[in-house]
Design a protein around this ligand. Sequence first.
Ligand SMILES: Cc1cc2nc3c(=O)[nH]c(=O)nc-3n(C[C@H](O)[C@H](O)[C@H](O)COP(=O)(O)OP(=O)(O)OC[C@H]3O[C@@H](n4cnc5c(N)ncnc54)[C@H](O)[C@@H]3O)c2cc1C
Length: 446
Amino acid sequence: MHRTVAKRRASLLFRLLMGAITPIVVVVAMLLNEGQDNDRDEAVSQSLDVTRVVVVGAGHSGGAFVLALRKLGFRGAIDLVGDETELPYERPSLSKDMLTGGNSAQPVLLADSGRWLECCSLHLDTSATRIDLARRHVHLASDGVLPYDVLILATGAVVRQLPLPPHPRIQTLRSSADARAIRAMAAQSRSVAIVGGGVIGLEVAASLRTNGLAVDVIESGPRLMGRNAPAGPASWIAALHRDQGVAVHLGASLKEVSVDTGPIGLLLSDGRSLTSDFVVVGIGVAPCVSLAEAAGLPCNDGVLVNRDYTSVADPSVVVIGDAAARVGQDGGQPVRQETWAHAQTSAQAAARAILGLEPEPEDVPWFWTTQYGRTLQIAGQLDNGDDVISRGDGCELYIRGGAVAGVACLDRPRDFAAARRLIGAKSVIDPCRAADMAIDLRKVAA
Ligand SMILES: Cc1cc2nc3c(=O)[nH]c(=O)nc-3n(C[C@H](O)[C@H](O)[C@H](O)COP(=O)(O)OP(=O)(O)OC[C@H]3O[C@@H](n4cnc5c(N)ncnc54)[C@H](O)[C@@H]3O)c2cc1C
């Protein structure tokens, strides 16, 4: 099968060539592909203006980017730098299967070691310490210097900490090492207190309750998942925890912690006191921007990037995953996403841009959380002013201007998929038909 492929230049290549920085143009022969793979077919023509790519951050988006770039046919050099010791892995299992699952305490790898050897030069267990934008060099803690034509920053996010001295029985969760530490503590404990009633805190609560521990959740807001979900779906999740016997303390923050050799004492702001064998703190994350900031790249709750993920200040720097704050076309507030789906799609988008391929249509933002084997999926950009249509138990549609702007579904994957398409289409719906579970959600247009 042969395909005719237009020789397109995506904005990234165009900007690299037109920018003030000396262009490196190495024209390489056409790469003809007989086409076993649709994506690769699209990249049959490639002029490798970019021959050296350095990726800082060997987590989900950094790893996914390398795999996507190779799959699309890139033949230049790729260096992947990561400060963890593990091969690139996905994080969702850290708060779920890695805490509950039998004997295995392994994260889900993006690819095996053989694939990484084929794809890139992997520099693990070392961090990038400085970016020299003028020379286009990245300096490593291990003394190396890596030159680049394009630099990908995939540095993710760092967990927020409580102002407490470090203690082995007070743990946060971001890495597989953290998950193993929590798992080990849980194995020799009978109780845990979780500080923070957001997605990660609640997933850890569900996993450890499933393992038989007594669980207290301490949340300073008036309800669970205040930052992640509308009130309806948050109440479904709260009911799951209540039914499982988790003690949820709302409107209470941690005032004092006393740690000695025995159980940890916790004094809450409303005067209540608790004890637990260990504590997990899940109070959110902050984008990891220190490297970018020190190099002078503009940041505002994330590294500021254009729609194509290039830095607003330097088109040879591309930022993906949790660290990217995308400036809107309408001049609104930059948007940052902390989701598995965004790690994946931003990596794909960056790889396509570097190869001069047209961007793919954008997905509606979405995420999921799994607790006690139940899966809540949420999509769209939700606003407190939206009208709400309940479509039976466990499905809410959020309506703005007569169209579906968002959806939340608990174990309702078909409705979720249909609603995502409605959000993308922005079509006005008939609210009575949408509320009727007997009617297929794909057929509710007004
Ligand atoms: C416990 C947990 C559960 C989750 N569950 C879900 C879920 O169920 N659903 C969902 O949609 N999303 C979930 N997420 C969110 C999702 O995993 C993240 O959004 C995703 O991992 C972001 O990818 P990233 O590449 O931006 O960051 P990461 O995957 O964190 O990768 C960043 C990497 O860069 C490294 N790094 C940082 N600075 C440097 C440096 N200077 N030099 C070298 N390396 C550096 C970091 O150590 C890290 O390895 C979960 C996240 C966590 C932590």
